[in-house]
Design a protein. Structure first.
Length: 103
């Protein structure tokens, strides 16, 4: 499997991860800043949270790790929480904004 195919599967899998308090997946919320598939098929993800003190942070990060590592061909998943740039609602997809009533 190519790195591009792995990345496409990662995006598809990330769309199944939800913040328990928000009915929109983390990818459409704009919480995923970077997906990098290394030559050895390790997936490195930079992501953020809607708030630095999010009570579901551990749950979300572990859900991302488990789901990404379940993809055939992925050796491991490294999830890095970053808070720069700070997340805001403008990072959401139009679909997410519509779902949450911002459009």
């Amino acid at each position: 499997m190519t790195r591009l195919e792995i990345e496409e599967k990662v995006v598809k899998m990330l769309k199944t991860v939800y913040d328990p308090e928000i009915p929109v997946d983390i990818y459409e919320l704009g919480l995923v800043y970077k997906i990098d598939v290394a030559d050895d098929m390790t997936v490195n993800i930079d992501m953020t949270l809607t708030a630095p003190n999010c009570p579901a942070a551990d749950f979300i990060v572990e859900d991302v790790r488990q789901k990404v590592e379940s993809i055939d061909g992925v050796k491991a998943a490294n999830i890095r929480l970053v808070f720069e740039p700070e997340w805001d609602k403008d990072m959401m997809s139009d679909e997410a904004k519509l779902e949450l009533g911002f459009l």
